[in-house]
Ligand binder design. Sequence first.
Ligand code: NAD
Length: 351
Amino acid sequence: MKILVTGAAGFIGSNFVYYYLSRYPERTIIGLDNLSYAGNLENLSLLSPDQKARFVFEKADITDTVQIKKILSKYPVDGIINFAAETHVDRSIHDPQVFLKTNILGTHVLLDAAKTIWHTKEGGWEDGKKFLQVSTDEVYGTLGPSGYFTETTPLDPHSPYSASKASADLVVKAYHDTYGMPVNITRCSNNYGPWQFPEKLIPLLIQNALLHREIPVYGDGKQIRDWLYVGDHCRAIDLVYESGKTGETYNIGGNNERENIVIIKKILVLLQDMTGDPHINDNLISYVKDRLGHDRRYAIDASKIKRDLHWEHKVPFDEGIERTVRWYLDHREWMANVISGEYTKFYEKNY
Ligand code: NAD
């Protein structure tokens, strides 16, 4: 069995590649990524020789119809898991266009190319095919102090990023409702773990703290996010891909709501303990003007995937966050290569 994983050089995509190739020793992944600033093939440098033999990389852009059709014809894959996206909310506020292009049109290019190949002459679909769209809880908008997002919560995105992800979800749904395409959508809460690009909260704060740089905190820092270890997200995606009911959407979350400022302070304590550096402390925190349209609280009701697919998160937050901080400390060269831009040469040197 062979699947196409787009965004394979990104944070969750690369974690998924490791997870999937070790979970299924007979299967192959075609990993596709355009190696945007967030795509780093060094994320996949720890694949074992056996895993490497079952991983093929294609540098391609999901908005390029010709490239995508060529790749799908070259590799007759059983399914597609679409992680590829522009993902940084701040960037989407400053430059929305590339978000709309990649996240909406790119998703459509993938759907349409798959439809061309998987649709049978009789109007049905080849057996066993599936398109899984990796989406986010941000499509639901923001919550007050109580309540949870369920799969039937109306979409109410606020940032250009979340609007583009919500739009992509609707295009995926349309391909199911109109053509009967076998699809699933997953909507997960905030992930943390290894290989995350250091513009995102946790790796950014670790990097700044180690250099004794200011740690910018938006507004009062009391925005609430529901945090999930990336490995638990990967397991959930696998489960939905294997067993999710066609056409269904599944929320994924770990019932782990935390204020951003609580996470930041916790990581500073862990870093000080692990490095013994007394300069890593709360004095580094600098409150800055809040992000435009900043959602206040996200919280996921994941009871559907728990009930129907028997998924549970396995990694408790305290354990996961400690593991994550340790990982970044142990992979400072990886981090340094990202910061210096050296990582962009990895493709030329190794492929
Ligand atoms: P990321 O930014 O680390 O990775 C995205 C990857 O997509 C990068 O490798 C990038 O190079 C690639 N990419 C971007 N544009 C492309 C294009 N036009 N063609 C091909 N590849 C392209 O993001 P991530 O955090 O790994 O997120 C992966 C997916 O999961 C996204 O769809 C995101 O919306 C979703 N998601 C993320 C989180 C989270 O907390 N990080 C939570 C829920 C859902």
